[in-house]
Write a protein that binds this ligand. Sequence first.
Ligand code: ATR
Length: 280
Amino acid sequence: MTLALGLIGYPIGHSLSPWIHGQFMDKLGIDGEYRLYETTKANLGETVKLLKSKQVDGFNVTVPYKQDIMEYLDELDPDAEKIGAVNTVVSKNGTWKGYNTDGQGYVRSVKSDFPDVFRPENKVLLLGAGGAARGIYRALVQENFASIDIANRTIDRAKSFLELKENHIETTILSFEEAESMLEHYDFLVQTTSVGMKPNIDSKIIALNKLKHDAVVSDIVYQPLVTSLLQEAKVRGGRIHQGYAMLLYQAELAFEIWTNETVGLDGLLNKLELRLRGKE
Ligand code: ATR
C-alpha cells in the first residue's frame, strides 16, 4: 500500500504533521508520503486541483483554510458541518469528504490521562471561543456532562456556540471576571486561547485563586510545554493536562479515517514531548 497524504495551510514550514504521520506509517509498516502544500489564499483553488490530479488518499487542512476548503468538498461529516471547519479530507472513489478531528482528538487526549473527568456531574469551564474552542466545545457536548460554561473576552462570539449545544447540556456564557469569581464551582477547565503561548509565556487568561482542589486544568497551548496557567494550577493542587497530546490524538483520528487502521500512541507521546522540549 502506498499512501499519498499531505497538508494544506499557510505557513506550514514548521508543522509537526509530516513527522507524526511518518511515525504512524513506520509503526504500521505502511509505505507512503505526507507532503506539505503551502498555499496562499489566491492559490488555494490551484492546490486543490493539484491534489485531485495526484489522486491523493487524503490530506489535512490547517490555518487559515479550515473554512475555505469546505467549498471544494463533495460531502461533509455532520459534525464538521456544524462546527463549520474541516481539518481532514479523505478521498473515496474520486469524491472528497471532510471531517474535523480536532475536538474528538482533544477529548481522546484528556480521556487517556484523566478518564474520571468525564463524569456527568462534573462542571466544565471552557476558556475562549475561537476556532479551536468550537471543535472542542462540540466534542465535549457529545460527552455526558450536564454543564459546560464558556468564558470569552468577546461575549457575542461565545454566544454563537449555543447553536452547537444539545438539550441535555446547560451552558452559561461568562466574562473572565465572572469565571474567576466562581472558579471553585468547576471540575474541569479547558484553556483554548493563544494566551500564554511563546513568546508571551507569562500571560495567563485568568487567575486560579479559587481553583477547586483536584480540578483538572487543561491548556491546548503546547509551547511552552507547561504554560504559566498550568504551573499555577499545579501549585494550587490541580491536576494538569498539557496541550501537545492533542496533536497526536487528532492526527491518529485522521489516520484512522484515511486507512481504517488504529495506530496506538504508545511511545509516541514521549517522543513528541522530547522533540518539543528540544525546541524550548
Ligand atoms: P484559534 O482558531 O486558534 O482558536 P482564534 O479563532 O483567533 O484562534 O481564537 C482565539 C481565541 O483566543 C478567542 O477566544 C480570542 O478571544 P476573542 O474571541 O475575544 O477575540 C482569544 N484571545 C486571543 N488573544 C486574547 C487576549 N489577549 N486576551 C483574551 N483572549 C484572547
